[in-house]
Design a protein around this ligand. Structure first.
Ligand code: NAD
Length: 450
């Protein structure tokens, strides 16, 4: 198996990639999609059948029941999962989701995507994911604590700082992580802050985690502009979302001299999204002062401050150089991709899965550079890795040191993907997958697994 960070690709491999898997007719769930993406790249990399068989599925899955005593005295049984897709490159890493519609297939897909995300930024971690079928909206804090502690009790033998390190995800937060850490430490009889990440800074969390995803995104954007000889201060951008990722992306991009002219977000009261535009450039601090903790901007305050209020999807049709989808999935689709202005040169995906495959094909054909989600938003997991390292050492770095290390990781990862894409004339998403899957396959080979 060649070192696929710099793979040798023959014309035959390219032909195989082009002839790659026909779409299935049945509706795809997330795991089907993750496997289809893998199959395409496995074909391109000409992986042998046993490596494909190994990487198409998780290495291990734990399915378990979590009994919890409810506030009314009754016992309720919740279903929990931990899926470890691959740990050839290092301990598993991935969040724990609390969601009423959680399915094991979603968890499987997310665990596989974590493997590729950690590999593309070349951190020594594998991919895992966990979940509990529950709706925290209908659970008291005490009931949620029971579930967190119950989750740990069921998998305590199979997770830990040197095997699999959980983190927060949908509807879980730092408090949930601390309950889980406490349970783990009670059972193991010691202090193991490296068991879990996403902890508050004063309880073993890392400086810089809040900024990490948005800043990481801008580190990759900065490199893309540099490669093209474009000065950031000569560019404009339009952003979908005004949450954690978007706000810190706007912060650093503005600091580089770029001008954001439009921001779109969800309006909880009206149950629609709006785009707020100011052609002279939005004022981040001012918008922050008008936003709630969910990243919704107060429309009346925005109007009073001179922002034009446009329909929610207007962010995509702005005549800017850069688009940053940083809200939710499936936003750049076959229906909306045609609205992208001819001025747009770069799309940086902050959200997970904002672009559908049919839109990808058009973006590629138009020659727009797309920095794919699992590279562009990998700053978050990279900083979680730094949290794990600091926790294991029980020695914590200053914020500048964390962000400096983050810059090095993101820049190096971007350059490797960009170089492969240029050399092999690949779409950036395919190049990123080729590097990530190639690295994991190589680790499995070198360990003698396949
Ligand atoms: P967030 O909840 O802080 O913010 C989400 C933002 O999206 C809010 O401003 C909300 O108003 C807006 N939004 C929701 N629906 C919208 C719509 N239909 N149109 C326009 N705006 C809409 O979330 P976040 O942490 O910033 O995450 C954003 C995306 O980035 C998600 O896809 C998430 O999975 C992904 N991501 C986040 C991180 C992280 O570290 N936070 C890491 C990797 C990936």
């Amino acid at each position: 198996m060649p070192e696929t960070a710099t793979p040798e690709v023959s014309a035959t491999k390219k032909e195989r990639a082009e002839a790659a898997p026909a779409k299935k007719s049945k509706p795809l769930n997330s795991f089907d999609i993750a496997q289809a993406q893998f199959d395409k790249v496995a074909e391109y990399l000409a992986l042998d059948p046993s490596t494909r068989e190994l990487l198409r599925y998780p290495l291990r899955e734990y399915h378990f029941a979590i009994p919890a005593r409810m506030d009314d005295g009754s016992i309720k049984i919740f279903r929990g999962f931990r899926v470890q897709h691959n740990d050839a490159r290092g301990p598993g890493k991935g969040g724990i989701r609390f969601h009423p519609q959680e399915t094991v297939d979603t968890v499987r897909a997310l665990s596989m995507w974590m493997t590729w995300k950690c590999a593309v930024v070349d951190i020594p971690l594998g991919g895992a994911k966990g979940g509990v079928i529950c709706d925290p909206h209908n659970l008291s804090q005490r009931e949620q604590e029971q579930i967190c502690r119950g989750w740990v009790r069921q998998v305590v033998k199979n997770v830990g700082p040197i095997s699999d390190v959980p983190a927060p995800d949908v509807m879980t937060n730092a408090q949930h992580m601390l309950w889980m850490l406490d349970e783990f430490e009670e059972i193991r009889g010691g202090r193991y802050p490296g068991f879990i990440t996403g902890k508050p800074v004063d309880m073993g969390g890392s400086q810089g985690r809040t900024e990490a995803t948005g800043y990481g995104l801008v580190f990759t954007l900065r490199e893309a502009l540099k490669e093209r000889g474009i000065k950031p201060e000569s560019t404009t951008a339009s952003v979908q979302g005004f949450g954690n990722v978007a706000q810190y992306a706007i912060e650093l991009y503005s600091r580089l001299g770029g001008k954001v002219i439009a921001v779109s977000c969800w309006d909880q009261g009206d149950q629609v999204s709006y785009t707020y535009r100011k052609m002279s450039g939005v004022d981040l601090d001012q918008l922050r002062s008008m936003a709630d903790r969910f990243g919704g901007i107060d429309k009346n305050k925005a109007k009073a401050a001179g922002y034009e209020m446009l329909p929610g999807d207007a962010w995509i049709e702005q005549k800017v150089d850069i688009l940053i989808p940083a809200a939710i999935e499936n936003q750049i689709t076959g229906d909306t991709v045609g609205k992208i202005a001819p001025t747009v040169r770069i799309i940086v995906e902050g959200a997970n899965g904002p672009t559908t495959p049919d839109a990808d094909a058009q973006i590629h054909a138009r020659g727009i550079l797309l920095i794919p989600d699992f590279l562009a938003n990998a700053g978050g997991v990279t900083c979680s890795y730094f949290e794990q390292v600091q926790s294991n050492m029980n020695y914590f770095w200053e914020k500048d040191e964390v962000l400096g290390k983050l810059d090095v990781k993101m820049t190096t990862a971007y350059m490797a993907v960009s170089e492969l894409a240029r050399r092999e004339n690949l779409y950036m998403r395919d190049a990123a997958y080729a590097i990530a899957i190639g690295r994991v396959a190589k680790a499995c080979h070198e360990r003698g697994w396949v």
